[in-house]
Design a protein around this ligand. Structure first.
Ligand code: CA
Ligand code: CA
Ligand code: CA
Length: 253
């Protein structure tokens, strides 16, 4: 019996050890809905978070850093939405240059449960509906910058919007299913968001064919995504404590 239980424990440990960040791809056509909706009041909207635009930017008049974390999807290309700059990886820049790099610092370490990014193009089928990004992070008491995931992309590279699929909006949901906890004691998150396509409708990676990171044989994507929001959701246990804390406050009144 002891051998059996030890085996079960080892299996459980192996399962835990095998846990790793992964993500779900989501998309919907005009009139449709994504599985998840933009969240207001998540960790990127707390007062103690500092947002820094480290590199890149937006198409003039079509976005600011605030639009990425304002808790709204936005209407058309108005407030709440942000179109990232085109031609980020084109000469004189190098292959793989992000269209925008945003860094968020937490004054108080946070337990992150899930990260979500959403994009859409309200004007018709093309690559601005897609998105592609890297996530880096730091934890409390450690100066190392870790990579959580690279090239989180909303559909497969090479898919063509308006022919192989018809998509107005996309979402990616990053999580660690085995633990329910994605990053413990997180003090910094960095998002490197890339251009996603060309003037028609494909999703391309941001690397030239000469770049060893190239996956699709196409030149670097040069059309920016229409980002709607970046949500960072607390892990469920933290969320439960927040709810319990809120209930305790209510009871005291
Ligand atoms: Ca939000
Ligand atoms: Ca928004
Ligand atoms: Ca490529």
């Amino acid at each position: 019996m002891r051998v059996f239980l030890t085996g079960v424990c080892l299996l459980a440990l192996a399962t835990i050890a095998a846990a790793a960040p992964t993500y779900t791809k989501d998309s919907a056509d005009y009139g449709g809905s994504l599985i998840k909706s933009v969240v207001a009041g998540d960790l990127l909207e707390q007062a103690f978070t500092t947002a820094t635009q480290e590199q890149g930017g937006f198409i003039g008049g079509l976005g600011t850093p605030a639009d990425l974390t304002d808790g709204t999807w936005g209407t058309g290309w108005g407030a709440g939405a942000a179109v990232l700059k085109d031609y980020a990886s084109a000469p004189p820049n190098v292959s793989g240059t992000p269209a925008l790099t945003m860094r968020y610092d937490f004054a108080v370490p946070q337990n992150v449960g899930e990260i979500r990014v959403y994009a859409s193009n309200p004007d018709g089928y093309n690559s601005r509906s897609y998105h592609n990004y890297d996530i880096e992070y730091m934890v409390d008491g450690d100066a190392t910058v870790y990579t959580l995931l690279d090239q989180v992309h909303s559909t497969n590279f090479g898919v063509w919007n308006g022919s192989t699929e018809f998509v107005e909006r996309t979402g990616t949901y990053v999580y660690d299913g085995a633990k329910g906890l994605l990053i413990e004691d997180c003090v910094m998150l960095r998002f490197k968001l890339y251009d996603v396509g060309q003037t028609t409708g494909g999703l391309w990676d941001p690397f030239d064919p000469s770049d060893p990171r190239d996956t699709d044989g196409n030149n670097a994507a040069f059309e920016g995504p229409g980002i709607r929001e970046i949500d960072v959701i607390p892990e469920p246990a933290t969320l439960a404590l927040l709810v319990l804390g809120g209930l305790a406050v209510l009871r005291r009144r």
